[in-house]
Design a protein. Structure first.
Length: 245
């Protein structure tokens, strides 16, 4: 079996996912880049990173998620790391309960929660054979505080936090499961968005580090978590000290 470690990073054609994929690739890991829709961007990033490949799949669909894992293992012979980054949201004021329809709940939970579950379940047997398997879930400070772009989004991240703990307990000792929970992070999606611009102003005025985070900082946190051999079941806040105020 090839000794090069292999990682799947979901939702990695841009933003935080792309930064994570790039960070892992620079460490000599063969990265499988994934997206459901942004095929051209995903392929372009894979072409730029040594040893990277691109696979399209909607991870909220159980069959497609399983296919993503199986194809990655067929191509590379192993799987060592899974980063569950794919996610979505809707910007809905928390007080506007009428705007939160069943469709909104379905869209957000099916990708943010069920998608992470689908990949984790499909990847677990392969990660166990790695001898040092890792799952890192990308959560949010909205999972533990009454903030976030919408209530369904915050609930989905709270579910990810608890799933992290449950899977860490169920899959140890062969697989470590942790999460990184960023606060507002600058990405192409948040940049220039009126809702996020207002939050950014509050962050700059009222948090200890006085700035929003970057995608590269989230990627660095993921890499750090992967290197902490005695860490499992943890949710690492990456919030610039926002939880202190």
């Amino acid at each position: 079996m090839d000794e090069q470690r292999v990682a799947i990073v979901t939702g990695s054609s841009s933003g935080i996912g792309a930064a994570i994929a790039t960070r892992l690739a620079t460490q000599g890991i063969a990265v499988v880049i994934n997206s459901a829709r942004s095929v051209a961007a995903g392929r372009e990033l894979a072409d730029q990173l040594e040893g990277a490949t691109y696979l399209q799949a909607d991870v909220s669909d159980e069959e497609q998620a399983r296919g993503l894992v199986e194809t990655a293992v067929e191509r590379h012979g192993r799987l060592d790391i899974l980063v569950n980054n794919a996610g979505t949201t809707r910007i809905i004021p928390h007080g506007d309960l009428a705007a939160v329809t069943g469709e909104v709940w379905q869209d957000i939970l099916s990708l943010n929660v069920v998608g992470a579950w689908n990949l984790s379940a499909a990847a677990a047997p392969h990660l166990a054979r790695s001898g040092a398997g890792n799952i890192v879930n990308i959560s949010s400070v909205a999972g533990s505080r009454p903030v976030g772009s919408s209530i369904p989004y915050a609930v989905s991240k709270a579910a990810i936090d608890h799933m992290t703990r449950l899977l860490a307990n169920a899959l140890g000792p062969g697989i470590r499961v942790n999460a990184v929970a960023p606060a507002l992070t600058e990405t192409p999606w948040t940049r220039g968005n009126e809702f996020f611009d207002k939050i950014a102003d509050k962050v700059r005025e009222g948090t200890p580090l006085r700035r929003v985070g970057t995608a590269d900082e989230v990627a660095e946190a993921v890499w750090a978590v992967l290197g902490m051999a005695h860490l499992t079941g943890a949710v690492l806040p990456l919030d610039g000290g926002a939880s202190l105020v």
